[in-house]
Design a protein around this ligand. Sequence first.
Ligand SMILES: NC(=O)c1ccc[n+]([C@@H]2O[C@H](COP(=O)([O-])OP(=O)(O)OC[C@H]3O[C@@H](n4cnc5c(N)ncnc54)[C@H](OP(=O)(O)O)[C@@H]3O)[C@@H](O)[C@H]2O)c1
Length: 182
Amino acid sequence: MGALAHATEISGAENADACASADVVVLTVPFEAHAETLKQLKPSFRPGQILVDTTVPLAASVGGRPTRVLGVWQGSAAQQAAELAPEGVAVVAAFHNVSSELLNGDSPIDCDVIVCSDDKEAAAKIRELARKIPGVRALDGGKLENARIVEQITALLIGLNIRHKGHSGIRITGLPAAAYEK
Ligand SMILES: NC(=O)c1ccc[n+]([C@@H]2O[C@H](COP(=O)([O-])OP(=O)(O)OC[C@H]3O[C@@H](n4cnc5c(N)ncnc54)[C@H](OP(=O)(O)O)[C@@H]3O)[C@@H](O)[C@H]2O)c1
């Protein structure tokens, strides 16, 4: 269990119930289940909720390589989510570059989280949430369309992990300290 788990209450529920009862819904299914899951959950969403999409459309979803991403018609998995989510639900793309291996550990996470969304208020809330993870710095990555770039970085990280046998992440340098605080 990761460091956060010690200070967090965790309970389980069916997807529809979990979705209906949450202000922030985090979608963490493989890309092959992305559209179907969102279609199933559509009646459970309500206006004002934030949908955090972490999905990387890896080619592995269709039997291809985990070091390649699929072309998504909408531009990215996050933009596909925005198309499928009901009106009034703010889609925020985040956490794509954070390895689950590191999240499950007890050490601070050596990775920045780039947050992309067309809803500035929702994006700010998710940056605040990301900063609760020890070691994580969260950055405003601009509009949701930039999720395409952030998603693709993960395919590169997976390739690096395979080649060098590690759990890589990203750090963005050269920005003023305020960029990591707002
Ligand atoms: N793993 C990482 O380090 C990492 C990092 C950044 C982003 N991501 C993204 O996060 C998402 C989840 O990654 P993961 O490694 O956690 O994947 P995973 O372990 O393969 O799947 C996560 C959960 O998705 C559900 N699921 C799997 N296939 C499904 C299907 N066909 N229909 C409905 N639900 C299904 C399963 O829930 P149940 O067990 O309840 O059935 C499973 O536990 C992916 O889109 C990935 O690109 C992962």
